[in-house]
Design a protein around this ligand. Structure first.
Ligand code: BG6
Ligand code: MG
Length: 219
C-alpha cells in the first residue's frame, strides 16, 4: 500500500502508561474488595475511564451511584497521574522515537488516536508533542473504541484516506476500532492476544516501513 499516514494509540504503543493504568485500577479494585488481574486488565485497554470503572464494578458485582463513580474515577486518575508526572524524555517505549523520526524523514503524516484525557500531558512530558501533525484524544470523541470515530477523525484531520493510513494499537478494542473504520492495523504487543491485527510486533523497534508498504499485498 501507499503509506501516507500513521495513526498511533498512545498508552502501550508510544509509552508504557498501560502499566500505570493497570496499577491504579488494581489499587482501586483492591480498596473495593474486587479481585482484578492482569488478564482482566486486557478488557480495559483502550476503553474510556468511566467504561473501565464500569467493567471493574460489574466484575465485583457492585452497584453504586453516579456520584460515587465520579469520585472513584477521579481517585484512580490521581494515582495514575502520580506515576505519569514522573515521566521524562527517554521513557517512551523501545523504538518509538526512532520510528517517528523515520516517518518524518519519509514525509509520512503522523496522528495520535488516544482515548485518554491525559494524552497531551503524556506527550508533553516525553517532549514528543511536535512529532504529531494531529492529536485526537479522549476529550474530543463522543464514541469510544471499538467505535471507529477516533481513527476516522484522525485520518480526516490529517486529510488522508483510510486506505493510505495505518493504525498502531496495543488493545483489542483499539484493533477493532481501526478495523471497523477500514484501516490496516499493526498490533503492538503479544500476538496471541492481538491475533486480529494484520501484523503484530512486540514494539515499534520491530516495525519497518517496508513491511508496512507490503501490508496489502497477497502473502
Ligand atoms: C486509553 C487506555 O488509552 O485511555 C485506557 O488504554 C484508559 O486504559 C483510557 O482507561 C482513558 O484514559 P484517561 O487517562 O483519560 O483515564
Ligand atoms: Mg493502548
Amino acid at each position: 500500500m501507499d503509506v501516507k499516514a500513521c495513526i498511533f494509540d498512545l498508552d502501550g504503543v508510544i509509552v508504557d502508561t498501560a502499566k500505570y493504568h493497570y496499577l491504579a485500577w488494581k489499587r482501586l479494585a483492591e480498596e473495593l474488595d474486587i479481585n482484578f488481574t492482569e488478564e482482566d486488565n486486557e478488557e480495559l485497554k483502550g476503553v474510556s475511564r468511566m467504561d473501565s470503572l464500569d467493567i471493574i464494578l460489574r466484575k465485583g458485582k457492585k452497584e453504586i451511584s453516579q456520584e460515587k463513580k465520579e469520585e472513584l474515577a477521579a481517585r484512580k486518575n490521581e494515582w495514575y497521574l502520580e506515576f505519569v508526572n514522573e515521566m521524562k524524555p527517554g521513557d517512551e517505549l523501545p523504538g518509538a522515537r526512532h520510528f517517528l523520526d523515520t516517518l518524518k524523514e519519509n514525509n509520512i503524516k503522523i496522528g495520535l488516536g488516544s482515548s485518554s484525557k491525559n494524552a497531551k500531558l503524556c506527550l508533553s512530558l516525553l517532549d514528543m508533542t511536535d512529532y504529531f501533525d494531529v492529536i485526537v484524544d479522549g476529550t474530543m470523541i463522543t464514541k469510544a473504541k471499538p467505535d471507529p470515530q477516533i481513527f476516522l477523525m484522525g485520518a480526516e484531520k490529517l486529510s488522508e484516506r483510510v486506505e493510505n493510513s495505518i493504525v498502531f494499537e496495543d488493545a483489542i478494542a483499539g484493533i477493532e476500532s481501526a478495523q471497523n473504520g477500514g484501516f490496516k492495523v499493526v498490533g503492538i504487543g503479544d500476538a496471541k492476544i492481538l491475533d486480529k491485527a494484520d501484523i503484530v510486533r512486540s514494539s515499534l523497534a520491530e516495525v519497518s516501513l517496508d513491511e508496512l508498504k507490503s501490508l496489502n499485498n497477497p502473502k
